[in-house]
Design a protein around this ligand. Structure first.
Ligand SMILES: *Cc1c(COP(=O)(O)O)cnc(C)c1O
Length: 369
């Protein structure tokens, strides 16, 4: 048997006709940049997240970059974020000449530790950027309280978390001042290429984001601010509009698969070997990440048996070479460093079958016996 980490083909097969129709519609219109498809998709995402506005962007990275630009982050400023995330979370801060101030993660949530974040606030801090890693919302209440006390902006890196909710059912993307999403194909809602979105309740902020994504021109060819080309393609929006209608069903599939893994790991008596992700309401399992010792050996063993896995992430951001100018060293964030040695993502996509999941867990059992 082969179990890929992610197989998008069954999803496409199920909705192929609708997708083709949507693509055809854009081809016939020959309207490729922004336009009605993007505007409708923005309205639909805003409604989905329960925010007043949503602004389409060219990628999740550009959504984060534009959000930071919109609040004027630049040289001399600090942005507090998790050291355990995808590289883009910190890169956008550095690209603007500002300083990422890293915070260790909470060992249970694998998200930024809110107390540690609050302790890092200085007069130079402009924003706090929690990441909803793997689709599990960060603990937002204490972050928002600390931010409010100091007049800071809270930007959610919700790239992995569209359709995740907090404990009381509020959507990721509506839990701070701005929420940044990615539609990279492997995310919960994946396009046929790159795409992103910023959600916000702040209409002025949304307007500024719209200006920034068009080179900062408003009216056209008059530039009071410098922006970039951060536009979302109409083709992506048309595809994503079709897929958005299925997102809740797919998310339910991810959650059901997570439940099934829990049952299988217990059935095969592996709970003392394998630490499963904390079972929390609202987690959407963009990734199902276990923690194990001898992670790299296990991974090789699974690869040989045609089971796809990935390590998110093998090097915490504070130890990346491109971040060495910040002066961090090994040992600064022990919880994240330990996670980088132990985490392993297993296949979790909605169409995964019970037979495949059983094979994954049985193979892990074989490794440990
Ligand atoms: C995917 C991802 C991004 C970047 O999104 P792109 O669309 O690939 O630019 C940023 N942050 C996190 C946490 C991500 O997972």
């Amino acid at each position: 048997m082969e179990v890929r980490l992610l197989d998008l083909r069954p999803q496409y097969a199920a909705i192929k006709d609708e997708i083709r129709e949507a693509i055809d519609r854009v081809c016939e219109s020959q309207y490729f940049i922004l336009g009605p498809e993007v505007a409708k998709f923005e309205d639909e995402v805003a409604e989905y997240c329960g925010t007043r506005c949503a602004v389409g962007m060219s990628s999740g990275t550009d959504a984060l970059l534009a959000a930071l630009m919109a609040i004027g982050v630049g040289p001399g400023d600090e942005v507090i974020t998790s050291t355990y995330s995808f590289f883009a979370s910190a890169a956008v801060i550095v690209r603007l000449g500002a300083r990422p101030v890293f915070v260790d993660i909470d060992p249970t949530t694998v998200n930024l530790d809110p107390e540690a974040a609050a302790a890092k606030i200085t007069p130079r801090t402009k924003a706090i950027m929690p990441v909803h890693l793997y689709g599990r919302p960060a603990d937002m209440a204490p972050i928002n309280v600390a931010a409010e006390a100091h007049g800071l902006t809270v930007i959610e890196d919700a790239a992995q978390a569209l359709s995740a909710t907090d404990r009381v059912g509020r959507a990721a993307g509506a839990l701070g001042h701005m929420g940044c999403f990615s539609f990279f194909p492997s995310k919960n809602l994946g396009g046929f290429g790159d795409g992103g979105m910023v959600t916000t309740d702040d209409e002025e902020m949304a307007e500024l984001l719209r200006v920034l994504r068009m080179q900062g021109g408003k009216p056209k060819y008059e530039h009071r601010v410098v922006g970039g080309n951060f536009r979302l393609d109409a083709l992506q929006a048309a595809v994503l509009r079709v897929k958005l209608r299925y997102l809740d069903e797919w998310s339910a599939g991810r959650r059901a698969n997570a439940e099934r893994y829990r049952a299988l790991f217990e059935e095969m008596d592996l709970l003392d070997r394998v630490r499963l992700p904390d079972d929390v309401a609202g987690h959407v399992y963009n990734q199902f990440v276990i923690r194990v010792e001898k992670r790299d050996w296990l991974r090789d063993f699974l690869t040989e048996r045609k089971i796809g896995t990935e390590v998110y992430y093998p090097i915490p951001l504070h130890l990346q070479e491109s971040m060495s100018h910040l002066g961090y060293k090994e040992g600064d964030f022990p919880v994240a460093e330990e996670a980088s040695r132990e985490t392993l993502a297993l296949p979790i996509y909605p169409e995964l079958t019970e037979e495949q999941q059983r094979y994954v867990v049985a193979t892990i059992q074989e490794f440990y016996s």
